[in-house]
Unconditional design. Structure first.
Length: 465
């Protein structure tokens, strides 16, 4: 279903909808978009779910989130909660994916964006790549029938700044390091890699080196081909990459990495000067040296290889998710009219792997509409979920594939020691890790600080998510 067919097929009837700018103005006012404001008559389908209200958490009875009426949630997996092996849940919750784990059971593999730790401290998990790495993943079990947390354990440790990643069709999680640091001392190791973690066990602490050593953000796999698409979060020197494995179900066996280029426009900057719905034909240039483990300061050496061959660059590519035969990509600070004034509030791109085209689905006109999107996922019902990582209050947004945006959830985490002694106002902390249960009835999402995971459920079919 393409973006222009989405609203039509969602049973909208009557007169044409209000222009996009007017819809976004209503969002900025904090009001829902009503049918009568769109000029129609009778009952009509709308993408949003109405105003947001302070809603109490089932676990703590605290109003940690603002949600539309009819939705409920429970919190779990807090920083400091005990893991099965006896250590404590680390903080900095980030990217995540959900996997079926038997009847009424879901497993979540969750990133922790921890930095370097000083020896002789040890990582929170026993399976560690680097004893100085404070990042990694934990795996959680959740009962979807009762809406209940069942337990968690570490699944890989000793990595750095595990920001986002992506699920594989084989039921594993690709956890990505958003750094190219080299830890210190004689035991120091290079970072900037992708690691694979099974949803039902512990990960391999050996990096997948052919997927590149760079400031990784997210990964998405096209199940038709088995090819992996990767984003890079390195300021304005951020590329979009494709990894073609030699063996489809064995990424560790190696493969060929390449970087996206705009056909006929070498070194195209996709961050600024873009218009809504613009579409580019694309091609791919090879990255002959994806890894340089000996370098203490690799910087952007992978990006540079593509750039000199004419590859395109973008502004902070972060979230990346497969859905509806497309790859959806977030440029967190994309936008702006010219290079001189290029600071944008975010872009959402749509890559069509069959047509080899990339299109600008949405570009934020201002922070009051969308402020620095980060993680992204695709709803089973076709809409997109955007996790905001800007300044001030933080929201989870819904976005239709026709470019209509709305607020779905607001961070309202304010604590006075009610859980694990945590105190502070965390309402400005980013949302991250949005993903749906396989049956589509639960949306899981993290608040990065102080580190909380939420499971949200409700009348999804009343809107686009």
């Amino acid at each position: 279903m393409d973006r222009r067919s989405f609203l039509k097929n969602a049973a909208i009837t009557g007169a044409a909808a209000l222009p996009l700018q007017a819809l976004m103005a209503r969002v900025a006012e904090g009001a829902p978009v009503r049918a009568e404001e769109q000029g129609g008559r009778g009952k009509r389908w709308l993408p949003d779910y109405g105003p947001l209200y302070a809603t109490k958490d089932k676990a703590t009875r605290l109003p940690l989130l603002l949600l539309p009426k009819g939705f409920e949630y429970t919190s779990f997996g807090w920083t400091g909660d005990p893991l099965v092996e006896g250590t404590l849940t680390p903080g900095a919750h980030d990217g995540m994916a959900a996997y079926a784990a038997g009847r009424n059971r879901v497993r979540l593999v969750r990133n922790h964006e921890g930095g370097a730790i000083a020896a002789p401290d040890e990582p929170f998990g026993s399976v560690a790549y680097d004893q100085q790495g404070g990042g990694g993943t934990t795996t959680i079990e959740f009962d979807t029938r009762r809406g209940r947390y069942l337990g968690a354990s570490s699944s890989i440790a000793g990595t750095l700044r595990n920001c986002a990643g992506g699920p594989t069709p084989e039921g594993s999680w690709l956890t990505c390091e958003e750094t190219t640091a080299y830890t210190s001392g004689t035991d120091g190791k290079p970072h900037g890699y992708v690691f694979e973690v099974p949803s039902d066990g512990v990960g391999d602490p050996e990096p997948i080196r052919d997927m590149g050593r760079f400031s990784h953000e997210a990964a998405a796999i096209d199940p038709r081909t088995g090819w992996v698409y990767e984003t890079e979060d390195a300021g304005d020197s951020s590329g979009f990459y494709r990894f073609v494995p030699y063996r489809r179900r064995n990424l560790g066996a190696g493969g060929q990495l390449s970087m996206l280029a705009v056909t006929g426009e070498p070194q195209r900057n996709l961050k600024w000067g873009q218009t809504q719905d613009v579409t580019y034909d694309v091609s791919w240039v090879p990255i002959l040296t994806p890894d340089d483990p000996s370098s203490m300061m690799p910087g952007d050496f992978v990006w540079s290889q593509g750039w000199v061959q004419g590859a395109a660059t973008s502004g902070r590519l972060e979230g990346c998710w497969y859905g509806r035969n497309r790859i959806y990509i977030v440029s967190t600070n994309g936008g702006g009219a010219t290079a001189a004034a290029s600071g944008g509030q975010g872009q959402i791109w749509e890559y069509n792997p069959r047509r080899e085209q990339i299109s600008l689905l949405f570009q934020s006109p201002g922070s009051e509409i969308l402020n620095a999107p980060d993680n992204i996922t695709v709803s089973p019902r076709g809409g997109l979920v955007l996790c905001e990582d800007g300044g001030g209050l933080e929201f989870v947004h819904g976005l239709t594939t026709d470019g209509v945006i709305f607020r779905f959830a607001q961070n309202n985490v304010i604590l006075n020691g009610e859980r694990n002694g945590i105190t502070g106002n965390f309402s400005g902390s980013e949302f991250a890790g949005a993903c749906y249960s396989p049956d589509g009835e639960w949306l899981f999402v993290n608040v990065q600080s102080p580190g909380i995971t939420f499971a949200i459920t409700g009348p999804w079919r009343q809107g686009a998510l």
